[in-house]
Design a protein around this ligand. Structure first.
Ligand code: SF4
Ligand code: SF4
Length: 114
C-alpha cells in the first residue's frame, strides 16, 4: 500500500458515540492500555453565534492507525468500518472517497488519509 493512497471517509453526523470502533481497533491490534488507533471525541453541546446548537461525536484515527493493513491484505474491511453499526466510516482509495465526499457535499464529513 502506497502511503496516502487509501483512507477513511468519516460521516460523523450519524456517529452515536458507542465506541465500538475504538474497542474493535484495540482488540484487533492488541493495543495496551492508553493506546488507541481511533478515538471518539465529543464536541458540545454548545451554541454557535447563529443560534445553532452543536453536539457531535467525532471518531478520529490516530498515528497508530495502520488502516488495518493485515485485515485488508486478507480481503477484509478495516475492523472499525466492519463494527460500526451506524455505517459512519467507508474505506477506499482517496480518489474514491473524494468522489463520495464531493457527491455528498455535506457538513460533518471528513477524509482521513494514511
Ligand atoms: S464511528 Fe460508529 S462505532 Fe465508532 S462511535 Fe461512532 S457510531 Fe460507534
Ligand atoms: S482502520 Fe483499523 S487501525 Fe485504523 S482506526 Fe480503524 S480499526 Fe483502527
Amino acid at each position: 500500500m502506497t502511503r496516502g493512497e487509501y483512507g477513511l471517509l468519516i460521516d460523523y453526523q450519524y456517529c452515536s458515540g458507542c465506541h465500538a470502533c475504538e474497542v474493535a481497533c484495540k482488540k484487533e491490534h492488541e493495543m495496551p492500555k492508553g493506546d488507541f488507533g481511533i478515538k471518539v471525541l465529543k464536541d458540545g453541546p454548545r451554541q454557535s453565534s447563529d443560534g445553532v446548537w452543536e453536539f457531535d461525536y467525532i471518531p478520529v484515527p490516530t498515528h497508530l492507525c495502520d488502516l488495518c493493513a493485515a485485515r485488508v491484505d486478507m480481503g477484509k474491511l478495516p475492523t472499525c468500518v466492519h463494527h460500526c453499526q451506524a455505517g459512519v466510516m467507508v474505506y477506499g482509495t482517496i480518489e474514491e472517497l473524494a468522489a463520495k465526499a464531493k457527491a455528498a457535499a455535506k457538513d460533518k464529513m471528513v477524509i482521513f488519509a494514511k
